[in-house]
Design a protein around this ligand. Structure first.
Ligand SMILES: Nc1ncnc2c1ncn2[C@@H]1O[C@H](COP(=O)(O)OP(=O)(O)OP(=O)(O)O)[C@@H](O)[C@H]1O
Ligand SMILES: [Mg+2]
Length: 325
């Protein structure tokens, strides 16, 4: 059984200049025990999708189910089985970490001994045991995020939704959150859907990723599958010249598997056109690429070859550089 399923999910928000189409028919599924990362530029619809799946927002059209229950018609069943942490941190700064967790546990109807046991276990998991009786107003950003994670986990959810769980965290705190999430999956078989802007996070944590852009799921697959589609290597070629002519030339070469370009800053601060060219073999094709480019009158400033990463997939797919962090 899939832990999360959506079919042709549409969400439009009313707006002054007409409705904003935040989701335009999103169909996807996440298996039980899987870690799925949603990547997408700002405004892609990630938070909207999480809000619908966690029953906080009603879809305009389409269907979705979490843990086998419909998010609209069986929302109480869904809520009983999910945990969520939000993109914006919402903590009562006057309460201690322990009080925040306790209030949440009562909200979920957990009895006193269960609350006590789970709060102690979760505080240990997210390494907050020592500061649990301090007011959350005195916590660092990393401690707040960790407390939010513990709160999301308190009701022992089958499916946990995390909207940008490591936004704004330093590398130590990020690594900590990744460690806790891996443990949860291994020890409790929990299903995780997270959103992130960090390709490092997606590559290191996720079994599968989905790239959402402007309300559409453009690609989904394991990081290795998506990277494999790029070709064996990516050649970055930057310079000045006729973009249209150069693009047509590159796209016409039989060994080019993907092509995107954007404007970057050249070595002297002048605008430079940067092509990212997926090729079957960088070493073998470099001379041909350079010769064809020069013959077309394009002045080359810089050339580099690298193995493709999820960031290259994202760029090829959305035309935008992935913000890492
Ligand atoms: N309550 C709302 N009313 C109107 N428009 C909204 C509302 N919430 C979101 N939107 C719009 O819907 C689109 C998707 O927004 P959403 O917050 O889901 O994106 P996101 O992928 O989470 O972005 P980010 O990476 O910045 O968090 C955007 O165009 C946004 O402006
Ligand atoms: Mg968001």
């Amino acid at each position: 059984m899939n832990a999360i399923e959506s079919y042709q999910l549409v969400k439009s928000y009313p707006g002054r200049g007409g409705a904003v189409q935040a989701l335009r028919g999103v169909t996807f599924s996440v298996q039980r025990g899987e870690i799925y990362a949603l990547l997408g530029p700002n405004g892609a619809g990630k938070t909207t999708l999480i809000s619908i799946l966690t029953t906080l927002l009603a879809p305009t059209a389409g269907r979705a189910a979490v843990a086998g229950f419909d998010v609209v018609t069986q929302s109480a069943e869904v809520r009983r089985r999910l945990g969520v942490t939000f993109q914006e941190i919402v903590l009562d700064t006057e309460l201690s970490g322990r009080q925040v967790l306790d209030v949440h546990g009562r909200l979920y109807g957990l009895d006193h001994p269960t609350r006590k046991r789970r709060i102690a276990a979760l505080a240990a998991l997210v390494e907050l045991s020592d500061v649990l009786d301090r007011k959350t107003g005195t916590y660092s950003g990393g401690m707040k995020r960790r407390l939010e994670l513990a709160r999301g986990l308190l009701p022992s959810p089958q499916v946990l939704f995390l909207d940008e769980p490591t936004q704004g965290l330093d590398p130590q705190n990020r690594a900590g959150i990744w460690r806790y999430l891996r443990r949860l999956r291994e020890e409790e078989g929990i299903t995780l859907l997270l959103t992130t802007h960090s390709m490092e996070e997606a590559e290191s944590l996720a079994d599968r990723v989905g790239i959402l852009d402007d309300g559409e799921l453009l690609l989904t697959g394991s990081p290795a599958e998506l990277i494999g589609q790029m070709g064996a290597d990516v050649v970055t070629l930057a310079g000045t010249g006729d973009v249209g002519r150069q693009s047509a030339l590159l796209a016409g070469l039989p060994f080019v598997t993907s092509l995107v370009h954007h404007v970057a800053e050249g070595p002297l601060g002048e605008p430079s056109i940067c092509f990212q060219i997926g090729v079957d073999s960088g070493e073998r094709r470099l001379a041909e690429l350079i010769a064809a480019t020069l013959a077309a009158g394009f002045a080359i400033h810089q050339v580099a070859i690298h193995r493709p990463s999820l960031g290259d997939v994202f760029l090829a797919c959305t035309g935008e550089q992935l913000r890492d962090g």
